[in-house]
Design a protein around this ligand. Structure first.
Ligand SMILES: [Fe+2]
Ligand SMILES: [Fe+2]
Length: 254
């Protein structure tokens, strides 16, 4: 990230979790494919293909972080521990967790594409990887949600909302705590520790460029009555980014 240790730690911490995290999304959604209407079944297939490709590319990205001297194993171990707890819960809870995390990735992706500042310091290839991933997260943002709607179609509204609320609050807390932990660990490996590390990562995540603060409104929308991921139609961001990715990097975000 252009030599910025804080931005580097933030994105490396995020990428470190993708291979295992996305494999978990795939297994959680796949379990509910049987019996879904043909359209949704096809979308689940597309979702699986996209997530598998993301994992493949982030494995390469993570390899480069390791080659650059970072040890990602503490971050992976923490995720393994989280997943081992979640996997012990009923499949529908895992589907709910995936549905919530997919809302999270979709709103982060939206923000990443909308505001070029987030990746301003990234090299062209790294920026392209994050933008491509963001495009696809938006493309399939409703698949886990629609699968959840189908899986819980016989549930009373109240129960549905209660589970959705509880799981979203739970995964949000874990997401923020774990990614902060991961970023702090990577900063520590860069020799940045203590109050300075905390202040710099919190500033980066919440103030400037403030990715987490900027997605707060979209996060909140999840709890509104009648919420559906496509209530926010952000396909224009996909088209815009695809056009930019097709132009030489120097001109695209000039
Ligand atoms: Fe993904
Ligand atoms: Fe996804």
């Amino acid at each position: 990230m252009g030599g910025d240790p804080v931005a580097t730690a933030f994105y490396n911490a995020l990428s470190a979790t993708f291979p295992k995290g996305e494999a978990y999304f795939v297994e959680s959604v796949r379990l509910f494919r049987e019996g879904t209407p043909a359209k949704l079944a096809g979308e689940i297939k597309g979702f699986v293909t996209q997530e598998v490709m993301h994992s493949r590319e982030h494995v390469q990205f993570n390899k480069r972080a390791v080659e650059a001297g970072y040890d990602l194993s503490p971050l992976e171990a923490r995720l393994e521990w989280r997943l081992s707890i979640t996997r012990g819960r009923p499949p529908v809870v895992n589907l709910a967790a995936t549905m919530c995390l997919e809302h999270f990735t979709a709103i982060l992706a939206h923000q990443l594409l909308k505001n070029p500042r987030h990746l301003a310091g990234a090299g062209p290839e790294d920026a392209a990887l994050w933008r491509w991933h963001s495009i696809e997260e938006i493309e399939h943002k409703a698949v886990a949600y629609d699968t959840w709607l189908h899986a819980t179609r016989d549930w009373p509204r109240r129960k549905r909302f209660k589970v959705k609320l509880k799981v979203m609050l739970f995964v949000t807390r874990n997401f923020i705590v774990d990614r902060t932990f991961g970023s702090l660990e990577l900063l520590r490996q860069d020799g940045i520790t203590g109050a300075s590390a905390w202040a710099r990562i919190l500033w980066f995540a919440w103030v400037r460029p403030g990715m987490l603060r900027k997605v707060f409104g979209a996060w909140l929308a999840f709890f509104m009555p009648g919420f559906h991921p496509w209530n926010q139609d952000d396909r224009h961001l996909i088209a815009q980014t695809e056009a930019r990715l097709a132009t030489p990097a120097a001109e695209a975000y000039a």
